[in-house]
Design a protein around this ligand. Structure first.
Ligand code: SAM
Length: 445
């Protein structure tokens, strides 16, 4: 049987080497462990991914060769061991060292010697203070290391959000995200839905972010049958809030729809009688259709597998269009901490090119007088303001609309900037997003 530490190292190697995402790997592989061991596996993997540069800094001081030069197995065993010793209080040092060394011994006896020596040294030295850099260190370098984010991202967030909000967002990326669900009352009142869920053992708190958002009291509730079956959708509270910007219409087009959180929110909020949901990826498109089926909403959605930069839809025909564009995901580092270590600023222009093509297509299918809501879960201006500026400079038929705040949930209202963009930094209760409403010029409004 695979040991917990061995599985942790295997997952960390796949994340680093193959650019895999940890969450689906954990979901797929943790079944090979006894149920009592699964939370610790998740904790070790997330702790390494969230604290990687801090752990690497500490480990480098105990190594006589560069950490980057070691085998990925060895490097990640060291990180997993250091995380247990330095960050996870409840694991006794002898178990953290002994079991991590055994996990790597299965692969190489020589490597086990190195891991043993380094982890024992860390045990002897005790926990390093969080502030481990000398006085006088550049505050951005310090913040980047202490919060384990790449320096380039820290610089950008300080420039865009200001020091205080950026510091809070960086720290909030380390919080375990609660599970938020979308209530879908269909004519029932929300209190009755909450009552029924309580009867099924699902307790939660209504969120100020969105009228149908419920934050569950226990993250373990994520495996409740109502959620596992797809009847109840897990949708981040800020993702639900973005749908408040979408104009109600008989038919709403959702140009990047899978896995379907926003499609389902639009229907639950009666923003549309029907949604045309486009998705290019076949696996994700099947997942979208399956989720809609499980929710009982399948008949209200036309799922189309297509490239939305050339959508098979009539031009100028839809009054309300949502484009939740593929993006860098820098607003979702709580849930996907590995993004910090694989994204580079050089990736942003390529993402922006794709986003520009999709936004042109969204404006093309939008009817004169209608609106396009452009959303990303990125905080980077290149993927948001930059995309919109580039698209609008190439066409004269659309403009940014600054929505009146009335009727919008308070946290969303306070994210509205003078230029009409909403910038929501990640917080303890929400993912980070950016959004803007574009109005298509013309008569039929
Ligand atoms: C940010 S996700 C959408 C999340 C979704 N709106 C939700 O709330 O669940 C972006 C989606 O766009 C899809 N996508 C990327 N490029 C696309 C394209 N050219 N045409 C259609 N879909 C695309 C991706 O596969 C991904 O599922």
């Amino acid at each position: 049987m695979t040991s917990l530490r061995s599985l942790a190292v295997e997952i960390l190697v796949r994340v680093e080497r193959d650019r895999a995402f940890a969450a689906p790997l954990l979901a797929a592989r943790e079944g090979s462990l006894a149920p009592r061991d699964r939370p610790l596996l998740r904790t070790i993997v997330r702790s390494v991914l969230r604290n990687r540069s801090l752990l690497d800094h500490v480990l480098s001081r105990s190594l006589d060769r560069p950490l980057e030069g070691l085998d990925p197995d060895v490097r990640n065993a060291l990180r997993a061991g250091a995380a247990q010793l330095l960050l996870l209080d409840r694991i006794p040092a002898h178990a953290a060292v002994g079991e991590t060394v055994e996990a790597i011994r299965e692969r190489s006896a020589r490597a086990a010697g190195l891991v043993n020596a380094v982890l024992r040294r860390l045990t002897r030295e005790g926990k390093p203070p969080r502030a481990i850099l000398p006085p006088g260190t550049d505050p951005i370098v310090r913040l980047a290391l202490e919060t384990s984010h790449p320096e380039w991202l820290v610089r950008r967030w300080i420039a865009d959000l200001g020091s205080e909000a950026a510091g809070a967002a960086l720290r909030d990326d380390d919080a375990d995200a609660p599970v938020d669900v979308l209530l879908d009352p269909r004519g029932e009142d929300v209190d009755s839905v909450l009552e029924r869920l309580r009867g099924e053992g699902l307790e939660g708190t209504p969120s100020p972010w969105a009228p149908l958002a419920l934050t569950l009291s226990s993250p373990a509730a994520g495996s409740h049958p109502a959620i596992a079956s797809g009847r109840l959708a897990v949708v981040d509270v800020a993702a639900q809030a973005m749908c408040e910007l979408v104009e109600a219409a008989d038919v709403v087009v959702d140009l990047a729809a899978a896995p379907g959180g926003k499609t389902r929110t639009l229907l639950a909020r009666s923003k549309a009688r029907r949604v045309v949901a486009l998705e290019r990826n076949p696996t994700r498109s099947r997942r979208l259709a399956a989720g809609l089926l499980a929710s009982g909403r399948r008949n209200e959605v036309l799922v189309v597998r297509a490239d939305s930069s050339r959508p098979p839809l009539p031009r100028g025909a839809f009054r309300s269009v949502l484009l939740d564009a593929p993006c860098s995901g820098t607003g979702t580092l709580r849930k996907n901490p590995e993004i910090r270590w694989r994204l580079s600023p050089d990736d942003l222009p390529g993402l922006a090119r794709v986003q520009c093509a999709l936004l042109h297509a969204a404006l093309d299918v939008c009817a004169p007088g209608g609106s396009v809501v452009y959303v990303t879960c990125s905080l980077e201006p290149e993927e948001n303001e930059g995309v919109v500026a580039a698209v609008l400079s190439a066409r004269a038929d659309a403009a940014v609309e600054r929505p009146g705040g009335d009727g919008l949930p308070a946290p969303l209202r306070s994210a509205l900037r003078p230029d009409g963009f909403f910038r929501v930094p990640p917080g303890p209760s929400n993912d980070g997003f950016s959004a803007v409403v574009l109005r298509k010029g013309g008569e039929s409004r």
